[in-house]
Design a protein around this ligand. Structure first.
Ligand SMILES: *Cc1c(COP(=O)(O)O)cnc(C)c1O
Length: 373
């Protein structure tokens, strides 16, 4: 076995390349004495808002809060229903459940791992208030049909964009928009391993609706506009200045980071597309893919064998997700989600990060091919 060191993510390797800039700005941030909501938080929000071409970016403490605040801003109440995929990170459902909102799960497409308008529609009833599409693994859902569906039933759309920041979607009109900016509200996470990650927790909420933005700005800060005048029930969910310094630097490199991920995904795709027992991720023509994860399907019950085989030779891999939400204890129900029930036994995510060296990727590719020979 060759001497290798491959990680699922390599945040230290990435840091080492931007260390001078990061260290300098962190120190000056501390010296400014503005630890919470300093000027840099505003500067970063403005930079992200012009990058995404969205009217308002409201930073908050993490991506889970961002979702909860979005539901609060839309005034969703106990008894109201939202529809989201079961095939996502727990936070999507949890943020609604904590408010007493009923979470109804929809299925996802087997090939893109994303939900579609057709899979959402059967779950709509008189109590449904919002659809929560998740741009999973870095690819946009097919938003045009979802937006039309929401219009037809007068529903709100909250895009969970925690995994797809920087991904673009093209409408049939040829209009191009970033994920997270197409619905009424979009949310994201700056958790360290996300495509745009800080060195702790962070998140943000996006909206083109200025009235909603005003409400969101109040909610993240105890429901106040004027200090100690609380107009609505809010919470405390803010972004630290130090995290904003880091994000402001890393935003400059986001496109480079994402295109590195695309190059690596392309290498994997070319190497694996002809293997009978593998299904490479399908990308719809209207969406780019920023590969937060490179996730394959392994057929014929061989996924766990492959995972163990790779592990034994120093190649890490992950299962996102081992248990879909509708099979998790607090959310368990007897919904039958055909594709979701297949996916959790078939998916495997391989290392894909900004610092993955070519020789290491070749080693991964050679060994995956060897396993299937
Ligand atoms: C990471 C993630 C979140 C939650 O973000 P946190 O910052 O960890 O709270 C929500 N939804 C999805 C799809 C995620 O991947």
């Amino acid at each position: 076995m060759k001497n290798i060191n491959i990680n699922m993510v390599d945040l230290m390797g990435q840091y080492s390349k931007i260390k001078n800039e990061i260290d300098r700005n962190i120190i000056s941030s501390i010296e400014s004495g503005r630890f919470v909501n300093g000027p840099i938080v505003k500067e970063f929000s403005e930079n992200l808002s012009s990058y995404l071409n969205v009217q308002n970016v409201i930073p908050c403490a993490n991506g889970t809060d961002a979702l909860q605040i979005a539901f609060m801003a839309l005034d969703l109440k106990p008894g109201d229903e939202i529809i989201c995929p079961s095939w996502t990170y727990i936070a999507t459902a949890e943020a609604a459940a904590i408010l007493g909102i009923k979470v109804v799960f929809c299925d996802v497409d087997l090939h893109t791992f994303n939900t579609t308008a057709d899979l959402v529609e059967p779950h709509i009833n008189d109590n449904t208030k919002a659809i929560v599409p998740v741009h999973l693994y870095g690819q946009s859902c097919d938003m045009d049909p979802i937006i039309n569906l929401a219009k037809k039933y007068n529903l709100k759309i909250i895009e969970d964009n925690a995994q797809a920041i920087g991904c673009k979607y093209t409408f049939p009109s040829q209009k191009i928009m970033f994920t997270g900016t197409m619905g009424h509200i979009g949310t994201t996470s700056f958790y360290p391993s996300k495509n745009l990650g800080c060195y702790g927790d962070g998140g943000a909420i996006f909206t083109n609706d200025n009235d909603l933005a005003d409400r969101i700005k109040m909610i993240v800060n105890h429901g106040e506009k004027i200090k100690y005048h609380h107009e609505i029930v809010g919470c405390n969910s803010r972004l630290d200045s130090i995290q904003a310094e880091i994000l402001n630097i890393k935003l400059k490199y986001l496109d480079v980071y994402n295109s590195n991920r695309q190059i690596m995904a392309n290498n994997y795709n070319l190497a694996f597309e002809d293997i009978n027992e593998i299904r490479i991720p399908r990308v719809i023509s209207s969406s780019k893919h920023v590969y937060h994860q490179y996730t394959l399907r392994v057929l014929n019950g061989k996924r766990d064998q492959l995972k163990n085989y790779l592990n034994d030779i120093g190649i890490p891999s992950m299962i996102y997700y081992p248990i879909p939400i509708h099979k998790q204890k607090p959310y368990i129900n007897n919904q039958i989600l055909e594709n979701t029930n297949i996916l959790f036994n078939e998916v495997i995510s391989l290392p894909i990060h900004t610092e993955l060296e070519n020789s290491n990727q070749e080693y991964i590719i050679d060994n995956v091919i060897k396993f299937f020979k």
